[in-house]
Design a protein around this ligand. Structure first.
Ligand SMILES: [Zn+2]
Ligand SMILES: [Zn+2]
Length: 371
C-alpha cells in the first residue's frame, strides 16, 4: 500500500504493534549509533543520511496521530496539513536528543540515573579532555615585604610529567590495530534498562579509544609520561602581592596536546615593622614625648633600604599617620601608580629617667598642674 514509501517500523526495527516505550528505546539506540557526532569522519555522510531517516521515522511513530495516519497509508508529510516533523533533531547533540525523548522521567525509573547509563558514553571524552588540560603545576613561595617591593628570584624545585621518550606518550610500543575493538576505539555494550536493551558504545578498555594496542612501554610502565625534576631560578617581579600569582608558560606538565604552566602562588610573610594596606605601606616610628611635642625631623629606612628624612609636626599624637612619602610603597607590576609610604607615630614614654630628665619632667609636671 505504501509502494515506494519508507517503512518506518523497519527503519526503527520495531514490530507494528510496538509500544511508545519500545519506539523511544529503539530510536535512542539508533540515534546513539548514527548520530553524526559519534561516527568517524569517513562515516559521517552515511550517518547523516541514516540519522535523518531514523529521525523522520521516529517523529511519525512517536506521535499517536501521525502514527495512525501512517498506519492507514496516508503519507504523514502530505496528509497532514502543516505537519512538519514533531521533532527536529538536526544540530542537536545526542545527549539533548535523549533528554528530549525521555525527559526528566528518564532518571526516575528503577533507581538508575541518566548519568549512570550514559555517563561513560558522554562523560568519558569530556573527562579525558579535562585531564589533558590539567597540566599546570602549582607552587607556593613566601616573600617578605622587602622582596615584594624590590622583586626577587627564587630557586624552585618541583616535579613535572613529561612525555615518555620511548613511547612518546602512547604508553605502548610496537603498536598495531587493537584486537578488542578492531581499531574503532569504541566497543559496544548491552545494557538492560526500563526501556529495553540498549546497545551502548563506550571507549575501548583495551586501547583506551586510540584504536591501537601493543606492548606496554617499559620505560613509563604504560603511563605515557615520566617524571622530571625541575630546579631553576624564577623571577618574581616587584609588586606581586600575597594571594597573587606569577605564571610561567610551558613550565608545567607536558601532555600530548600541550604543555601546562608553572603557577607560583605568592604568600606574604608578616613584617615586624611595616604593615601593608593595599599598595601603601605603613611604617610605625617611635617618637619620644619631647619630639612629639616640639616636632622636628627624623630619618627612617624604607623597604628598599633607602634612608628618608621626614618632618614630624609639632604636637603629633600617638597613632597618628603624620607623613606620606609618595611612590615609596609597593610598585604596580602592571606599570600603574604604585603605593606610598605612610608614617605613623608611636609615642614612647621613657620608663627609666636620668637625674636630669627627672628634674625636667618634674618641672613640666608643675606646669601642667593638676588634672
Ligand atoms: Zn613510555
Ligand atoms: Zn580497542
Amino acid at each position: 500500500m505504501r509502494g515506494t514509501k519508507k517503512d518506518y517500523y523497519e527503519i526503527l526495527g520495531v514490530p507494528r504493534n510496538a509500544t511508545k516505550e519500545q519506539i523511544d528505546a529503539a530510536f535512542a539506540k539508533l540515534a546513539m549509533k548514527w548520530h553524526p557526532d559519534r561516527v568517524p569522519p569517513e562515516k559521517k555522510e552515511e550517518a547523516e543520511r541514516k540519522f535523518k531517516e531514523i529521525s523522520e521515522a521516529y517523529s511519525v511513530l512517536s506521535d499517536p496521530e501521525k502514527r495512525k495516519l501512517y498506519d492507514m497509508g496516508v503519507d504523514p508529510e502530505s496528509g497532514m496539513p502543516g505537519g512538519g516533523t514533531a521533532y527536529d533533531f538536526s544540530g542537536m547533540g545526542i545527549e539533548e536528543i535523549l533528554e528530549q525523548i525521555f525527559g526528566r522521567n528518564f532518571g526516575g525509573f528503577g533507581g538508575f540515573g541518566f548519568e549512570d547509563i550514559f555517563g561513560d558514553v558522554f562523560g568519558g571524552r569530556r573527562r579525558e579532555k579535562a585531564r589533558e588540560e590539567d597540566l599546570d603545576v602549582h607552587v607556593d613561595v613566601e616573600l617578605s615585604l622587602e622582596e615584594i617591593v624590590k622583586g626577587t628570584t627564587r630557586e624552585i624545585r618541583y616535579t613535572r610529567r613529561v612525555l615518555c621518550p620511548t613511547c612518546k606518550g602512547e604508553g605502548i610500543v610496537n603498536p598495531r590495530t587493537c584486537s578488542v575493538c578492531g581499531g574503532r576505539g569504541r566497543v559496544r555494550q548491552h545494557q538492560r534498562t526500563f526501556f529495553g536493551v540498549f546497545v551502548m558504545e563506550r571507549t575501548c578498555p583495551n586501547c583506551k579509544g586510540t584504536g591501537v594496542s601493543g606492548e606496554t612501554c617499559s620505560t613509563c610502565g604504560g603511563k605515557g609520561y615520566v617524571e622530571e625534576e625541575v630546579e631553576r631560578e624564577f623571577a618574581i617581579p616587584a609588586g606581586v602581592l600575597g594571594g597573587q600569582k606569577v605564571v610561567y608558560r610551558n613550565m608545567g606538565h607536558v601532555g600530548r596536546y600541550g604543555t601546562g604552566r608553572l603557577v607560583i602562588h605568592v604568600r606574604e610573610k608578616p613584617h615586624p615593622k611595616y604593615e601593608r594596606r593595599d599598595r601603601d605601606v605603613i611604617y610605625t616610628v617611635e617618637i619620644g614625648p619631647a619630639r612629639a611635642a616640639l616636632g622636628g625631623e627624623i630619618e627612617i629606612t624604607d623597604l628598599r633600604g633607602e634612608k628618608i628624612r621626614v618632618k614630624v609636626p609639632r604636637g603629633v599624637q600617638h597613632g597618628e599617620i603624620f607623613a606620606r612619602v609618595e611612590g615609596r610603597g609597593i610598585p604596580d607590576p602592571k606599570g600603574g601608580k604604585g603605593g606610598d609610604l605612610l608614617i605613623r607615630a608611636r609615642i614612647k614614654v621613657p620608663t627609666r629617667l636620668s637625674r636630669e630628665e627627672e628634674e625636667l619632667y618634674r618641672k613640666l609636671l608643675k606646669l601642667e598642674g593638676l588634672p
